[in-house]
Write a protein of this length. Sequence first.
Length: 101
Amino acid sequence: QFEIGQHAHDNLQIKDVHAIQQAEIKNSTQMLNGKMINAYKSLQEEFEIKGKKVCKLRTRSEEDGARIAEENEKWTSKLAKRANIDNAATSTVKEGLKEDH
């Protein structure tokens, strides 16, 4: 009689331990899932923020590129004008020298 009762008691204890373990596993899984979801959300936010920064940087670099091209254009035309003036002056001097000889 005692052994049967003890066996039933042990079985109940095993069932309790099993139920507790299942509950712990469930809680741990839910916590992990929550953490993973939060980590994913924060990564997504970070990615979106970085994406916006990259877009801003790209826009800024395009604007800078356009401004630099404009500056280059100005300088190129200034230099070309100066070169034309210098060439004109040089050829005038050459013509003057030819006339002297």
